[in-house]
Design a binder for this molecule. Structure first.
Ligand code: PPS
Length: 309
């Protein structure tokens, strides 16, 4: 089945997302979520689709990209697609239609049969921690996994905008300081940022896992992209590299209907600022210091560090 043959994507609607309304909780400030394997998850990840995602048989050519939300995963998805397609996005498609978000009942909820019939290489999207990954245990899978992480202050702010300003899946209606507290306590969808990122970081030396940082893509684009391409088994010549660089800037992705998520109502929150350090517009000095203390404690000994400026 080609992406072009599929029905148009629907806009956000509770009745689409909540295939299994029994499991949906409404927390503080109207925040909607459901629990899966003890982790806070969005309403649009019903248990049946989560099970499909866990049991999907991956293939050697598959590329599964993963992140905590708001860490640059849409950017990474486009880079992977452009690498695979030599810098030219496929015709009669959109970025979203080329991806498989298996656990989600939203966007393109393809059946197991459709997924199995899809030609390689399949690009699989996920926002799960390591223990809940697509295909089961990553180390036992033949596919490749790419994880992207971003400094958690920018993640917390980007996520707050995403969840609170529009009628998005969480429908959060609380103030920033409450959101920040929820973030630090692991009560936002996808759970605890530290647990999530470190769960993948611990496996960074596995041969089928590539760990990236958003800040490296921003600051050191070319070597970071070449490293990604190399991991995926592609050699990029100079013209292809130049095409990918040009097409994947924040401005180009926002302007291009292929990559700008126009199928999804309120798509603008996918592309907000695209910078390192926008947390400073939101954190107070006291919040920043309190965050830094938690960060130092939770990251201690991990060997993982982020740029915040
Ligand atoms: S989501 O909804 O969880 O899948 O969001 P995700 O795509 O992971 O992250 C969204 C943030 O990534 C920024 N973004 C980019 N930054 C730089 N360059 C490019 N091309 C790019 N594309 C997306 C996007 O603006 C979100 O960050 P904020 O800080 O909100 O701007």
């Amino acid at each position: 089945m080609s992406p072009a043959a599929e029905p148009a994507i629907g806009e956000y609607r509770d009745e689409i997302h909540a295939e299994d309304p029994k499991g949906i909780e409404i927390g503080e400030h109207g925040y909607k979520y459901r629990m899966l394997d003890g982790v806070v998850m969005p309403p649009y990840i019903p248990p049946a689709r989560y099970a499909l995602s866990r049991t999907l048989a991956t293939r050697p050519g598959d590329i599964c990209y993963t992140s905590f939300p708001k860490s640059g995963s849409t950017w990474l998805a486009y880079l992977i697609l452009l690498i695979v397609h030599r810098g030219e996005p496929p015709e009669d498609a959109t970025l979203r239609s080329c991806l498989h978000w298996v656990a989600s009942s939203w966007t393109y909820p393809r059946s197991r049969e459709d997924l199995e019939a899809w030609p390689s290489p399949r690009i699989l999207k996920s926002h799960m921690p390591y223990g809940m990954a697509v295909g089961g245990v990553p180390a036992d899978n033949p596919c490749k996994y790419v994880y992207i992480a971003r400094n958690p202050k920018d993640v917390a702010v980007s996520y707050f905008h995403f969840e609170s300003e529009k009628s998005w899946s969480g429908n959060y209606r609380g103030p920033w300081e409450h959101w920040l507290q929820m973030f630090l306590e692991g009560r936002v969808q996808r759970g605890d940022w530290f647990d999530h990122v470190l769960s993948w970081w611990r496996h960074r030396d596995a041969p089928n896992l590539h760990f990236l940082r958003y800040e490296d893509l921003r600051r050191r684009f070319e070597p970071t992209l070449l490293g990604l391409a190399d991991f995926l088994g592609y050699v990029l010549d100079e013209p292809t590299l130049a095409r990918i660089r040009e097409r994947s800037t924040f401005q180009a992705m926002t302007a291009d209907p292929f990559s700008n998520m126009h199928e999804i109502k309120e798509f603008n929150q996918f592309f907000r600022k695209g910078t390192v350090g926008s947390w400073k517009d939101r954190f107070t000095v006291a919040q920043s210091e309190a965050f830094d203390a938690v960060y130092a404690r939770r990251m201690e000994g991990s060997g993982l560090a982020f740029e915040f400026e």
